[in-house]
Design a protein around this ligand. Structure first.
Ligand SMILES: O=C(O)CCC(=O)C(=O)O
Length: 255
């Protein structure tokens, strides 16, 4: 296997190079190999043709199933409308890590459980730090989970992260859930974000890809506990949110 530099950034859109073999295989979709990628065993893409364009694609990067352009502009705008009352009922706040340092993103949740962090540690709890219950996860969001994961269970947490200008999220594992056999599904809305994927243990080489509005990432299987994070956003790169920035939703089966 060719060795990779310590960190590789995959730019999108890629030039499609030549047919390759996609090990996961999805019937009816053409398997293609992506140009410019050196570690052919680890990274394959499949183009889903839509009205003659190739803006939708499924990529597999270090076991993360990345659906480029899964949500069209109307679907993205629809989700933002659904989030408005949630953000009113359970406002975004800036969480504090157990170290006492503030996170740069602002956060809230929907669902029976919400993920929180403070001096007492990382955990799920059934109330917002201000005391109110979390609002319900909208059906449209649950449908995305159902369609893409086919899981028998619905998520009980939709963590909502807001990335303003200059914000980031360090490499971390999602490991506060009770059962890692359920995937985590992430939906990107708004500004582009540089998403870094590492390994299931700390350290080692990493690879990054720009996530755009409408992209969905499924983190499951052997990659469920892989380190991942957001290095930076391209503030103002999308017009989805009137004041700019990025919203990321992660659907989780917490308890
Ligand atoms: O913003 C993202 O795309 C990733 C969010 C994330 O890693 C998390 O909420 O645990």
């Amino acid at each position: 296997m060719a060795s990779l530099p310590r960190s590789v950034v995959h730019e999108w859109p890629y030039t499609i190079a030549r047919p390759g073999v996609y090990k996961g295989g999805i019937r009816g979709l053409q398997a293609v190999r992506i140009a410019g990628f050196r570690d052919s065993a680890a990274f394959f893409g499949k183009v889903l043709a839509r009205n003659g364009d190739s803006s939708m694609a499924q990529l597999l990067l270090r076991g993360f199933d990345i659906r480029k352009g899964h949500l069209d502009t109307a679907a993205q705008a629809g989700l933002i409308e659904l989030l408005r009352p949630i953000l009113k009922a359970a406002p975004l706040y800036r969480p504090i890590m157990p170290s006492g340092k503030e996170m740069s993103v602002r956060m809230t949740s929907a669902g029976a459980m919400g993920w929180v962090t403070d001096r007492a540690g990382y955990r799920y709890q059934d109330t917002h730090p201000k005391g109110m219950s979390w609002p319900a996860i909208p059906d449209k969001i649950l449908t995305i989970w159902q369609n893409l994961t086919g899981a028998d269970r619905q998520p009980d947490c939709c963590l909502i992260n807001y990335y303003g200008e200059g914000t980031r999220m360090g490499l971390h594992q999602d490991k506060d859930e009770a059962d890692f056999s359920w995937p985590v599904l992430s939906i990107s809305l708004g500004d582009d974000a540089l998403f870094r994927i590492g390994n299931t243990t700390r350290g080692g080489k990493t690879e990054s890809i720009w996530l755009n509005s409408g992209d969905v990432v499924i983190m499951g299987g052997p990659a469920r506990l892989s380190y991942h994070g957001i290095d930076r956003i391209r503030f103002g790169s999308s017009r989805l949110l009137p004041k700019g920035g990025r919203i990321n939703l992660t659907l989780r089966v917490a308890v």
